[in-house]
Unconditional design. Structure first.
Length: 129
């Protein structure tokens, strides 16, 4: 009978663990599979808005192609006519270049957070790459 070496035992254990992990990932059960909305990945575009917030005009609307809104999931936000660059996180929250470390639930909330953070200063255009 062949002797089981430590190397063979570790290799076999790694192969079993990898196989079990792939099986668990490849076959989620119906009870554990979340819908996109449940997982926070609701990919439809938020509603448009146009309002004055703390004396600043904030606007948001779905963006149609062009530009560099690919991080903002096809949504454009403006503060006093200057584009506020947004990015949608994997969990569905939004961040902007002004309030990057404070995720908010909607682009409108991102615009308001930017106005709060700017404290009256002008939003300068963000150079495109």
């Amino acid at each position: 009978m062949p002797v089981l070496s430590r190397r063979r035992a570790l290799t076999a254990a790694a192969a079993l663990a990898t196989g079990a992990g792939v099986h668990a990932i490849a076959a989620p059960t119906a009870s554990t599979a979340a819908t996109p909305a449940e997982a926070g990945h609701d990919h439809h575009s938020p509603a448009s808005f146009d309002e004055v917030y703390k004396g600043r005009r904030i606007q948001g609307r779905p963006a149609s192609g062009g530009g560099h809104q690919h991080h903002g999931a096809g949504y454009a936000v403006f503060v006093d006519g200057v584009e506020l660059h947004l990015m949608r996180n994997a969990d569905g929250s939004w961040i902007s270049v002004v309030s990057h470390y404070e995720p908010v639930p909607t682009p409108r909330a991102a615009a308001r957070a930017a106005v709060d953070e700017l404290q009256g200063a002008k939003l300068l255009p963000f150079p495109a790459n």
